[in-house]
Design a protein around this ligand. Structure first.
Ligand code: NI
Length: 209
């Protein structure tokens, strides 16, 4: 092996090693999936609260701007090939099945991968599911804050140097009331018709004088 080749080879190893040392990177996610599930399951800590994010049109959005709507909030990332598409389809299906009542529901998709999920990326992604679904991103701190508030587990499952990282992430569908108070969650994989059964009486009560 020539010197040049050898140094390229060693250099390659060093770059890979650096990548593996940096992985898993998201230090902001200090709690394990089990801890967070425990918190959410038993309501041990407050869930939800204020957030400031950027929507898929590049507009700044806060939780306060969604008052008056029942929020269905889902966290994930657009390159996800398993839970995200399934659960987002269920959410969109529920909104449609609710008919006119569904207009009081606002589906939100919040990315855990703000580096790749830019407003433009989110815009084409949420449009695949529902015309009224809003995609939300932000800077790392904004995403860290909102995922902490909702006790969302997420962790990179691929080396940090990969251009298209994959994430393991919590897949609960959070339900937030018209006054911004957290109500509860649908478990991962809840089908649209089951969401409708839960949401319809709630929405019907809202529209009663
Ligand atoms: Ni996903």
């Amino acid at each position: 092996m020539s010197k040049l080749l050898l140094s390229a080879f060693v250099g390659g190893i060093l770059v890979s090693a650096a990548g593996w040392l940096l992985w898993p990177v998201p230090r902001e996610q200090e709690r394990t999936a089990a801890e967070l599930m425990d918190v959410v399951m038993w309501g041990r800590e407050p869930i939800g609260g204020p957030f400031t994010l950027i929507d898929h049109n590049g507009q700044r959005r806060t939780d306060a701007g969604f008052r008056g709507k029942l929020l269905l909030i889902y966290f994930g990332f657009t390159f996800c090939s398993d839970s995200c598409p399934t659960d987002l389809q269920a959410i969109a299906g529920a909104v449609d099945k609710l008919g006119p009542l569904g207009e009081a529901v606002q589906p939100l998709f919040i990315t855990v991968n703000p580096e790749l999920d830019t407003p433009e990326q989110l815009k084409s992604y949420v449009a695949l599911f529902h015309p009224r679904m809003i995609g939300l991103t932000g800077d790392r701190k904004q995403i860290r804050d909102v995922t902490r508030a909702y006790k969302v587990y997420f962790a990179k499952t691929t080396p940090a140097i990969r251009a298209d990282p994959s994430f393991d992430h919590g897949a609960l569908v959070y339900l937030v009331d018209i006054d911004g108070q957290y109500i509860g969650f649908f478990p991962p994989g809840t089908p649209a018709h089951r969401m409708v059964e839960v949401l319809r009486p709630k929405l019907a009560a809202l529209t009663q004088p």
